[in-house]
Design a protein around this ligand. Structure first.
Ligand code: MIC
Ligand code: SF4
Length: 650
């Protein structure tokens, strides 16, 4: 068996191990972050669960830490008190980004981890089978229910050779993105193997598995070896180490060969992580902002490399540089070894250990300017600036750019400046201080759950109608992300208030002087009709935010018609009673224009009797046409969506 098969087999709670079949997995650990966690815990409360049933559940505060207005702090109070009551560890604001802290303090090779954040697969860097999901699915896992997923096709990426100086882990995952693209990889998982693995430390592996999320795969996993042990030892957790690897005769559904020595510095160009090009092809662009951090590139390894490159140098005067260390541990280490001083002396702006600009919380770039970031997503507008131009690169490329003011190949800059590549070594011991992680109350001695006025309730959805009458509210193209559907940035603080957050659904498609999407959808809902969204391929890529289903559902959306829907988003739609249907032909897509009326008769019966759904389209001139759509819902999911989603039963 390969390693992913081994972990799945040891956690199987039902189903058949065959690509495409539905299986149930026992979940050992869960993680939530604050932007998805409030809803997850409100859902857990709605289920009437007293105490979580997992081996370990941790709630982090890392997304909503700007605290402009009381909403964020109200969320934090609610989360800390509900975690104390339900047996969940709570990592306070300032302690770091969930994926980085989880890797440092809690990740265990061979365990399963379900997280309400799409970058949960970061845990694959330490040999976990770590999967992102919507908050409701994580709440169910905390309640002790196994997690349902499609048994994946397993791609083996065989690594050989060793990275050349100035080429780093980010370039490896950008290379993989250039091969597999950022769409069409649903129900696939990636396992890294081969002699090249040993040349990568745990933080480097975690950069690679983290950005596997941008491929749209279920998870990415590295073996657990001597490097994993070295990392765990330095974290004071050697007892958690087990050796894990694929059998010598393991099979994969597909094998991709990557010779690490042949890689060059790469960039993901605007505005998708899949738009990868060698830096030599996009160099010379004038850059105004460089940001280093996010759960992809904010480890001690990354930031000590950054400091070594900056030592004794000043930033280019045209560039504003921000650095957000991934955790308080990383920040303390940088402070102790003098790296922080080097960064400040160079002219860098030091940010809190949190997601910050990665999710549009400040540091939006100037209009018509270029921002270069070590982050994982550059979807249009995610920086908080409309029509932004954002490039994703390695920390080495980011510093080379910060020094020159132009998007630069670090190999060239190193030669010009006479820079030696800083060789990184894992410290013998990291600074270990878990005092910002609050432990739960003793059973039977739980305190009050604090619920301020900005904490709402998760809305329930009604069953699907017998005969659905609706209208296409929006016809969209390929690769519509959850950032398009549910913008974060300045709106992130409304995550606990669905009616308020729903006002900005599809905000990026609203035009001045015209009714907004939310207004059109609510008017249709109030007239008793269903809202319909039409899209191309890979609808709902990106974040795990279930708000991209909850808020449209709240506005009366009941159908999403697309060529394909990404895994986490498809599950979120079903969980909240929205039916995803597959468009079969381009001619059908072309007919599904905004404003066209649609009708489906006997919808529940059609769902139950097969995979085809007949829909009638009625144009404004009274002409009707029929099209056939497909669904691939399991029996359980059919009943779930028919009765109005998972919360309907509570
Ligand atoms: C993201 O990177 O888009 C986020 C913000 O971390 C999301 C979660 C969210 O929307 O709260 C994710 O990746 O799942
Ligand atoms: Fe936070 Fe950005 Fe990572 Fe999402 S991708 S968890 S916003 S750092």
């Amino acid at each position: 068996m390969n390693l992913i098969e081994k972990i799945i087999h040891s956690h199987l709670a039902g189903g058949e191990c065959r690509p495409g079949a539905e299986i149930k997995l026992v979940i050992d650990q869960t993680l939530c972050q604050d932007a998805t966690g409030t809803m997850a815990f409100l859902e857990l409360e709605a289920m009437g669960i007293d105490c979580v049933k997992t081996e370990l559940s941790v709630q982090y505060v890392d997304h909503n830490t700007g605290q402009i207005g009381p909403e964020n702090a109200n969320d934090h109070l609610y989360l800390e008190s509900v975690c104390a009551a339900k047996g969940v560890l709570y990592s306070r604001a300032g302690n770091g980004i969930c994926h980085q802290v989880h890797l440092e303090r809690f990740g265990i090779p061979g365990k399963t981890l379900l997280g309400s954040d799409s970058h949960t697969p970061t845990g694959g860097g330490i040999g976990m089978l770590a999967i992102g999901a919507g908050g409701l699915d994580v709440a169910l896992a905390m309640a002790g229910e196994p997690f349902k997923l499609t048994y994946p096709h397993i791609i083996g990426i065989h690594l050989s050779g060793k990275l050349s100086p100035w080429v780093s882990a980010k370039d490896v995952i950008l290379k993989v993105l250039s091969i597999l693209g950022s769409k069409g990889n649903v129900d696939t998982a990636i396992e890294y193997f081969g002699p090249g693995v040993l040349s990568l430390s745990v933080p480097e592996r975690a950069t690679i598995t983290n950005m596997g999320a941008e491929l749209g795969v279920t998870s990415s996993v590295f073996p657990s070896d001597q490097n994993t042990l070295a990392f765990l030892k330095a974290q004071g957790r050697a007892q958690h180490w087990v050796e894990l690897k694929a059998d010598d005769d393991a099979k994969y559904d597909r094998i991709i060969e990557i010779d690490l020595s042949s890689l060059v510095p790469l960039a993901a160009c605007p505005s998708n992580p899949g738009n990868v090009a060698p830096l030599s092809q996009c160099g010379g662009i004038e850059v105004n902002q460089v940001l280093i951090g996010s759960c992809t590139n904010s480890s001690l390894k990354d930031l000590q490399t950054v400091a070594a490159m900056l030592k004794g140098r000043k930033l280019h005067s045209g560039v504003s540089v921000g650095i957000a260390p991934g955790s308080r541990q990383v920040l303390q280490m940088l402070s102790r070894d003098g790296s922080l001083e080097t960064m400040l002396a160079a002219g860098c702006r030091i940010l809190e250990s949190a997601c910050g600009p990665c999710i549009g919380q400040g540091f939006s770039p100037a209009s018509d300017s270029v921002s270069v970031r070590t982050f994982n997503r550059n979807f249009l507008g995610r920086t908080g600036t409309r029509n932004d131009r954002c490039y994703l690169v390695s920390p080495e490329t980011a510093v080379a750019t910060a020094l020159t003011g132009k998007l630069s190949d670090p190999r060239v800059v190193a030669q010009e400046l006479g820079l030696e590549y800083p060789q990184w070594r894992m410290p013998e011991k990291f600074i270990i201080d878990d005092s910002m992680i609050a432990l739960p109350d003793e059973p039977g001695k739980t305190g009050e759950i604090i619920r301020k006025e900005t904490i709402g309730a998760p809305p329930k959805c009604s069953p699907l109608p017998e005969n659905l009458q609706g209208e296409v509210l929006l016809q969209l193209e390929d690769r519509i992300t959850t950032d398009h559907i549910m913008p974060a940035g300045a709106n992130l603080k409304f995550r606990s208030n669905i009616p308020r957050y729903a006002e900005v659904v599809f905000d990026c498609f609203n035009r001045e002087g015209e009714p907004t999407f939310a207004q059109r959808a609510a008017a249709l809902r109030d007239s008793g009709k269903a809202g319909v969204i039409v899209a191309g391929e890979s609808y709902g890529q990106g974040s795990s935010r279930e708000h991209a289903a909850i808020c449209p559902m709240y506005l009366g959306v009941r159908l999403v018609l697309a060529f394909s829907v990404e895994r986490i988003h498809a599950a979120n739609l079903i969980n909240f009673g929205i039916l995803p249907l597959q468009i079969r032909k381009q001619e059908d897509y072309d007919l599904l224009k905004q404003g066209i009326a649609v009708e489906i008769n006997g919808l529940p019966q059609q769902i139950r009797q097969g995979t085809e759904i007949e829909m009638t389209l009625k144009a404004a001139d009274g002409k009707t046409q029929r099209i056939t759509l497909l669904h691939n819902l399991s029996k359980d999911d059919q009943e779930l969506v028919i009765k109005g989603g998972k919360l309907a039963k509570f």
